[in-house]
Design a protein around this ligand. Sequence first.
Ligand SMILES: NC(=O)c1ccc[n+]([C@@H]2O[C@H](COP(=O)([O-])OP(=O)(O)OC[C@H]3O[C@@H](n4cnc5c(N)ncnc54)[C@H](O)[C@@H]3O)[C@@H](O)[C@H]2O)c1
Length: 435
Amino acid sequence: MNITVIGTGYVGLVTGACFSKMGNKVYCVDIDENKINGLKNGQMPIFEPNLKTIVVDSQKRGDLIFTTDLKIALDDTNIIFIAVGTPMNDDGSANLDYVFEAARNIAESITHESLIVVKSTVPIGTSFEIKKIINSISDVKVDIASNPEFLKEGRAIEDFMHPDRVVIGAESEEVFEILKELYRPFTLNHERFVLMDIKSSELTKYVSNAMLATKISFMNEIANICEVTGANIQEVRRGVGSDKRIGYDYIYAGCGYGGSCFPKDVNALINTAKANGYYPRILSQVEEVNLNQKNVLVNKVADRFGDDLNGLTFGIWGLSFKPGTDDVRESTSLVVISKLIDKGAKIRAYDPQAMDEFKKTIDEMYLDSIEFSENRYSAIENCDALILITEWKEFRNPDFALLSENLNKKVIFDGRNIYSKKITSMGFELHQIGC
Ligand SMILES: NC(=O)c1ccc[n+]([C@@H]2O[C@H](COP(=O)([O-])OP(=O)(O)OC[C@H]3O[C@@H](n4cnc5c(N)ncnc54)[C@H](O)[C@@H]3O)[C@@H](O)[C@H]2O)c1
């Protein structure tokens, strides 16, 4: 099959790469010329395990073509995926500017009947809006489908290649059949299609993210109850997760969720509900609990060292919003680091992949107070405490003797509860979340 993917970010690039790996001819289109030129030369704009090999191999075979020229792509394809960003507006609603611009771009270049597939996460009814925009500019017949993406950054290729489910929202059997055929190579083991109407498909994506965010905020709230009562969230998690109806996933307490999806998608769903006259009580609290949780580490540091942190330096391990990615959008690290600096602290930071993105994202005024380190141990040299924000594997079992040597004070704030209490016997003072 010949496919165009509009938007070459985390989702678009992975989608294009994986479809091309299965032998389809895929055009990946982006308005960012630097990104496209880099990709043509094998430079990945994002860090994602196993992505580069697929991109380079598919390009060599001629199955993957990078271009900024949408017309060239549309002339040779009849399935068009929209995978552009839908960031958050200031009022929490989804910003659909990129999506609608992509629709206009399609309408201006399309010459033959095609299927438009909306992969971007969009509020209920947006796919119909996209079709309306195209129909208002072009006479070419288009069908519309919704096919939200559920990949996780850091495991994106794995998730796309082996999806738990492929949700498709469409209006006709023919469209379902086209998309089932396209995804067939990814579901050979057993059928994983979940077919539905377009609006329900659009909502399904928001509900998945909102449900996961709810589980996390719920456990963070329980962790805070543990702290004031002396219970241990780690024990509670084991007890609760062993119930098959609940399970162990997404019930880890920590210093708050971030990323390009959970915060914006929960907010967008709240916004959609309110715009339709319904006030969503649970969802509103999910977000509020999370915003509080991003401050928990700062509060713990202030409890331990006082509110004035002048003259103190903190070593930070982990800047990305989760391990396995260079994405720092809405990351807890942005909140913790800026607030510690506001209180007078200096920061030494290390992340295996996300330091460049972090430098581009944090407010410039903080950069003078941050020293970025080459490795995890130099990041804590002469620091008054280590603060762990992202649980990259290389942080899980460090050389504690070296930590002991490098730190001024043997104090660790473990924002993801990855360390054992046993390290206190080595003289470390360990502050964790809810235990
Ligand atoms: N990142 C994730 O983990 C994830 C997972 C599932 C779903 N999603 C959803 O997928 C969508 C894309 O997310 P992302 O993280 O890949 O975004 P991103 O910001 O990484 O990438 C978007 C890309 O679209 C390009 N673009 C914007 N307008 C364009 C246009 N008119 N024509 C061509 N290219 C254009 C941008 O230059 C950019 O490269 C969002 O709706 C997001 O919510 C993201």
